[in-house]
Design a protein around this ligand. Structure first.
Ligand code: BTN
Length: 247
């Protein structure tokens, strides 16, 4: 994984640009980065506000020996690598956690989100995957604009003001290492490292699935990346979609 970088002043969404390039055959390893986005997208159809000062980056990958479902665990891998990169940059002053599936939190407040998009070929193999990474570096949305706590790197002890491109550079080391481990052993190879940084592991959480919200004790993330919730004593349910609600 030697990464390359396409830097843009502005994009509708770096995911749009990266998906378009991937569709037209761009090789794996390209980061599309924009200083700002005019139509930044979040998960579940949400808007991702994207003024200058933050990191907006989309990485093209081609995990073509894997199904799209297997490849989608790469979003958990990217979140883990991002958490590690931020911790390294802060020299250990902050220890980010991941909220399943792939938000990165600092002290319980959302700091980064990931939007995965991909396509499979006729045989079901993943043709390409785009991992869109949005990090609140210098700016985070006003409290009243989002229904959960948010923060930015610039507000953290031990971090202060950071160039978004410096963060991207810091991410490449942990990401290269974690992607290599994933290629060898899949998410199962990273599961323990992921669980060690999991937000609210062992706690009763609210979980958004489809249009509803359920409750359960967050007991595990398995080797396929699925979350296990104990909804009644001894009654464990496994989910591959949805998200823990940040309260
Ligand atoms: C979420 O938490 O809902 C995911 C947010 C993902 C935002 C990033 S910014 C770079 C890339 N381009 C987009 O339009 N979205 C992702």
């Amino acid at each position: 994984h030697g990464f390359r970088c396409l830097r843009l002043e502005e994009a509708t969404s770096t995911n749009d640009v990266a998906c378009g390039l991937a569709e037209r055959g761009e090789a794996a390893g390209l980061f599309v980065v924009a200083e700002r986005q005019t139509a930044g997208r979040g998960r579940l159809g949400r808007i991702w506000q994207s003024p200058p000062g933050n990191l907006y980056a989309s990485l093209i990958l081609r995990p073509d020996r894997h199904s799209l479902a297997e490849a989608s665990t790469l979003s958990l891998v990217a979140a883990l690598a991002l958490a590690e990169a931020v911790e390294l940059l802060s020299a250990g002053a902050v220890s980010p956690r991941m909220k399943w599936p792939n938000d990165v939190l600092i002290a319980g407040a959302k700091t980064a989100g990931i939007l995965l998009e991909g396509n499979a070929d006729a045989t079901g193999r993943c043709a390409w995957l785009v991992i869109g990474i949005g990090v609140n570096v210098r700016w985070s949305p006003p409290e009243e604009a989002v229904p959960y706590p948010v923060t930015r790197l610039a507000a953290q002890p031990g971090l202060g003001d950071i160039e978004p491109m410096l963060l991207l550079h810091a991410l490449t080391g942990p990401l290269r290492q974690r992607l290599a481990a994933w290629e060898e052993g899949g998410f199962a190879a990273l599961r323990a490292a992921w669980l060690a940084r999991a937000h609210r592991l062992g706690a009763v959480v609210e979980f958004k699935v489809g249009s509803g919200i359920i409750q359960g004790r967050f007991v595990d993330v398995d080797g396929t990346g699925a979350i296990h919730l104990e909804r009644a004593p001894g009654g464990i349910e496994r989910f591959t979609a949805g998200e823990i609600v940040l309260g």
